[in-house]
Every structure is written in C-alpha cells, then in structure tokens.
Design a protein around this ligand. Sequence first.
Ligand code: PMT
Length: 401
Amino acid sequence: MNLKGKHIILGITGGIAAYKSATLIRLLVKAGAEVQVVATAAALEFIRPVTLSALTGKPVISEFFTANTGEWHSHVDIGLWADAMVIAPATACTLAKMATGVADNMLVTTYLSAKAPVFVAPAMDLDMMAHPTTTRNLAMLAADGVHVIEPASGELASHLVGRGRMEEPEKIVEVLDAFFGKGKTMQGKRILLTAGPTIERIDPVRYIGNFSSGKMGYAIAEEAARRGAEVILVSGPTSLSVSHPGITKVDVESGREMYEACLKHFPQCDIAIMAAAVADYTPAEPRDKKIKREHEDVESIRLVKNPDIAAALGREKTSEQKLIGFALETDSAIDNGREKLSRKNLDAIVVNSLADAGAGFGTDTNKISIISADPSQDITTYPLKSKDAVAADILDYIETL
Ligand code: PMT
C-alpha cells in the first residue's frame, strides 16, 4: 500500500529469470505503482517487449533512440522521474557494469542518472554468484548505497541447486513496500540539524573556514524528511540544495550565527543532530575594510572562542529531547569521541576519522562508529558506505533511542 502513486523504473537484464518480470510488473501495478521498463537487448531475447508494455501501459525503453522514428530517450529524465529503480533480474554482467560505471547501454546509463534509491535482485548460476568478482561487485554497489535483494537458494535454470535464484516477485514487492513504508517512522518528529562548515570573517575578502561540504548533514536531512520528520536544517555555506518539502533551510555563515539559530529552534524540536563542522575560534576584531599589505603588516590575528553549540544544547535539553553530536578526528577517534559525548552531555556521538580512507570531509562516502551515552549499548561500528546509506544508519540508530 506504500507503493501507491510511486514511479518505478524496472530494469530487466538478460537472464532466464526475466520471465518473472511480467509477474513483478503485474504486482507493482496492482499495488498502485507506475512502471517504466528499461531493458537490455539481451533481456528482450528472454521476454517480448509487447508483454511488458501491455502490462505497464508504456513502451519498453531499450535503446538511446527508437530506430524508426529517431526519438531520443533521455536517461536523465527517466532517472529523475523515478521514486525507485529496481533491476530484476540483475545479471553478473550488469552488476559489474554498475559497479564500475560502464555506461554502454540505456539501463546502466539510467542507473548512473537516477537520483532515487536503487535495488538489485541478482540472478545467476551458483558458481557465478559465488565468484569473488561478483561478491566484490555487490560489495561495491552496497557501499554506493544500492540495496541488494539477496538471491534465494534452490534449483537453478541449469538444474544445479544452489544460491543464485532471483528472489520471487512477491518478495521484491514486499521489500519495496517496506522501504517506502519506512518513510513514516519519523512522522510527527521535529529535527534540528546542523550541516556544512562555518566561515569566520577576517575582513570582507578573507575568512577562516574548513573543508566540510555539507554532504553528510544534507544526506541526513533528506533521509529524515523522507521518513516523515519536519527538519530544520541550519546550514553553513555550501553548494548544496535540498529537495524535500519537509526541510526548512536556515542559512548561516559564522559559528555565532549557527549558535543563535540553533538556540532559537531547539526548544521546539524533539531531536538535534550536530553534523556541522563549526569553527572553534573566530577573529576577535573582524575588519570592515580589506586589510592591505601595502599599509600594514599583519603577522597574527587574535582569535576568540566561538560558543560551543552542542554543549549549549546539552545544557538546555529536556528529558524528552535527544541530542546527537559528531566527532571528526584524526587520531584516538574513539577516546576523543567518548570525551566529547560526556563533556557536551550528548545522547550519542557519531565518530568519523580522517585516518579512514573515504571518510570525513568532502567524499560521497563515510565510515562511522556511534557511541551511546548508555553504557549498556556502548559502541556500534559500521563499514564504509555512501553518505546516503550512513544517514539511514544514523537515523535507524536514533529511532532506537
Ligand atoms: O560536510 P561533509 O564534507 O560531508 O563532512 C562531514 C563531516 C566530517 C563535517 C561530519 O561528518 C562531521 O564529523 N561533523 C562534525 C565535525 C566537527 O566539527 O567535529 P568536532 O569534533 O570538532 O566537534 C564535535 C561536535 O561539536 C560536533 O557535533 C560539532 O558540530 C559540535 N560543535 C563543535 C564546535 C562548536 N563550536 N560548536 C559545536 O556545536
């Protein structure tokens, strides 16, 4: 029932399980979804396009152009139209192309353009499934945030028995339905979230800043809004924008401005998540005119401490509110995280370290551990994942608090 009105791209690749696509479409349409098939040429050797288009009510897209009319199919438009993309069956070949970005057909090109969550239901012979290459490709896709619908074990088309059978269409629909149903788990919650860097003006042309891109915080904002929360995103300067109507963005520049915005909104919020990289210090006397080298030699700038926003919220929070901090470390990450957790009176802290490749500033991935203030829960460690997937892990964790 969560699939009503959802736009689903069904990617079909060339495996014998393609015959199950007809049932999958039937179930998706029955659940109220609109389905657009994007099939590889090999898939259409297994199932006729007329069967698929009769069930979806839309022509099957397989090529970049329709040969007789010259009509161009925009993979970008299809990618943006979708609420989810499901590739079922996903062959070893397509998984490898997706993992490495080999966009030599309409399906993989659409995958690269899709902004929506992507699901793959692998289907192949048991030895191909068990091959280290396939395992590696699936791990890479999972790290990129792709949801893998694990294949079942049983009799395969080769008559061998083992793991590699595409999950049944009913189960795939169940997974999608549960995914969209998840959107409501934070309904009625109001979340204050900080993201991005702060910049501290020295004069009108120079500032002290840091390398935060805002990607981590914005990913949490989008995921929380998708789960039904009302999000107040207090953001330092970034090049990012938000797309969900459940997010109200408050733009700030300096740590002081971020502090004031947070103090104003916190009393109305149930949860605060502090993902911003706030400058600890700010120039004591910012100039209102550009400092000119010809006129004065500036060898040092006197700095004063910025207010600690997380610590201030930690002092203000009521027993009904949850406060989650972040710690960005370069060494002794867990020890430093624990110290900040207790000093700032947080309920949990998300620790990420620049010592881990692919973690921290700027990247599209992150590797985190979450330390709880509740000693019985202590520490949960996660593998390297896309920031979207990390955002989901963080919110899953917060939902348990
Ligand atoms: O934006 P990205 O490029 O995606 O990178 C994400 C990130 C690395 C910025 C993010 O994952 C992260 O770790 N954010 C916190 C960075 C940081 O400033 O950590 P910290 O250890 O210096 O601060 C500890 C906590 O206190 C943080 O929750 C911070 O927001 C908060 N703080 C710090 C200083 C201050 N004056 N006020 C604060 O509220």
